[in-house]
Design a protein. Structure first.
Length: 172
């Protein structure tokens, strides 16, 4: 005798009946497992949607201070202060060499801008040197078809002329 879901089934020696019963039990349990797995999958999908929508149980942490992040799902920092501190630290000139070169370029640009208010002028080498201009630092070189070589510090440039004079220009 075999009991299945409250039903009593008398098993005979007939192997066909036993095979049918075994198949029925196997198919029933597979179907039950499939339905349970699908239901569980739907519940988990719904939970993920809720979590994204309402930021439930967010485990994201601020990369600067490590505090838990509350708010939008794409939020990366807990506050504006942490975001600024992190970005300033990441964008800081890592080496003194880079910082010194950038400072030299900035100083050269300021000198050229100060001496060239009209976008095109002529100044002596002595005037440039007196203000601290360093001819070794520039950002680009432009050679004309005539063979003249302009040195640029960003958009401010200079061309060496005769008698230690320079033509100062501004590129648009």
């Amino acid at each position: 005798m075999f009991i299945f879901n409250g039903l009593t089934v008398i098993l005979s020696n007939d192997s066909t009946l036993q095979t049918y019963i075994a198949t029925f039990v196997l198919v029933g349990s597979l179907l039950f497992t499939f339905i349970c797995n699908r239901l569980l999958s739907l519940i988990l999908e719904y939970f993920v949607v809720l979590q994204k929508k309402y930021n439930i149980m967010s485990s994201k942490q601020c990369p600067e201070c490590g505090e838990k992040i509350v708010g939008r799902t794409d939020k990366k920092f807990c506050s504006d202060g942490c975001r600024n501190t992190y970005n300033n630290r990441m964008n800081k000139d890592q080496k003194n060499l880079m910082r010194n070169i950038n400072n030299r370029l900035r100083k050269n640009w300021r000198i050229l801008e100060q001496l060239n208010p009209d976008q095109k002028t002529k100044k002596s080498k002595a005037q440039l040197i007196a203000l601290g201009f360093d001819f070794n630092y520039f950002t680009s070189i432009y050679k004309t078809k005539a063979g003249a070589t302009y040195y640029f510090v960003y958009d401010q440039g200079y061309l060496s002329l005769e008698n230690d004079f320079f033509a100062l220009v501004k590129r648009d």
